[in-house]
Design a protein around this ligand. Structure first.
Ligand SMILES: [Zn+2]
Length: 206
C-alpha cells in the first residue's frame, strides 16, 4: 500500500446543501463592503453576479468525478509497456487558505499495465481536481491516486510546479518563487532509472 487514501469524489450531501445564487451574491456584497467600498455604486453593481459566475468556472471540479472520467474511457491494451507522459499541462487552481490563484504546470506520467487512456483524459483529471479549493500537495496526490485507482498501472508520477498568489501578492510578497511537489507511485518510486527519465522529461522546459 503506497497511496494514502485522499477523498476526492464529489460529495452529494454537500451539493444538496449549497446556498442559492442570491445568497452567494449577497456574500460578495458583504465582502465588497468589508473591503471598504460601496456595492451599490455603478461600477460594482453587477460585480456580485459576475463573481458568482466566475466561481462556477473556478470551482466546476466539485460537480465532476475524475474516477468516472477515467473509468468511462480507458481501453485494455496488450503489450504496450512504455511510459506514457503528458508534459506541461497548464494548471489553474485556487488555494484553500486564501482563495487566490495557484498557477503553474503539471507533468503526469504512468507506466501502463493493461489499461491506457487518451492523454486528453489525463489533462481532464488535472483540471477537475484543480477546479476545487486546494493545497498543492493534496492536488498532486489526488491526481496520482485517481490514475492509480482506475488504470492500475505499474506506476504513476505527478509533478506540479506552481506559483501561489497568496505568496506573491500578499503576506511575504515573494515573486518569482514557485513550489514543486511530486508524487511517485509504484515503479516510479522503486526504479531510479524510470524516475530519472520522467524528471528529465519534466524539466526539459515548457
Ligand atoms: Zn494561500
Amino acid at each position: 500500500m503506497n497511496a494514502p487514501s485522499v477523498p476526492f469524489r464529489p460529495d452529494p450531501s454537500w451539493s444538496a446543501s449549497r446556498p442559492s445564487r442570491a445568497e452567494a451574491e449577497a456574500a460578495v456584497r458583504t465582502l465588497i463592503r468589508w473591503a471598504g467600498d460601496d456595492p451599490e455604486r455603478e461600477g460594482l453593481i453587477d460585480t456580485p453576479a459576475r463573481v458568482a459566475r466566475a466561481y462556477e468556472e473556478f470551482f466546476a471540479g466539485y460537480d465532476q468525478d475524475p474516477v468516472e472520467v477515467l473509468t468511462r474511457t480507458f481501453e485494455e491494451t496488450d503489450g504496450y509497456d512504455e511510459m506514457v507522459m503528458l508534459r506541461g499541462i497548464r494548471l489553474e487552481s485556487h488555494c484553500e487558505h486564501h482563495m487566490v490563484p495557484i498557477l503553474g504546470v503539471a507533468h503526469v506520467a504512468y507506466l501502463p499495465d493493461r489499461r491506457v487512456v487518451g492523454i486528453s483524459k489525463l489533462a481532464r483529471v488535472v483540471e477537475i481536481f484543480a477546479k476545487r479549493l486546494q493545497i498543492q500537495e493534496k492536488l498532486t496526490a489526488q491526481i496520482a491516486n485517481a490514475i492509480e485507482e482506475v488504470l492500475q498501472p505499474k506506476g504513476v508520477a505527478v509533478v506540479i510546479d506552481a506559483a501561489h498568489q497568496c505568496m506573491t501578492t500578499r503576506g511575504v510578497h515573494k515573486s518569482g518563487v514557485s513550489m514543486v511537489t511530486s508524487r511517485m507511485i509504484g515503479a516510479f518510486r522503486t526504479d531510479p532509472a524510470l524516475r530519472r527519465e520522467f524528471l528529465s522529461l519534466a524539466n526539459r522546459g515548457e
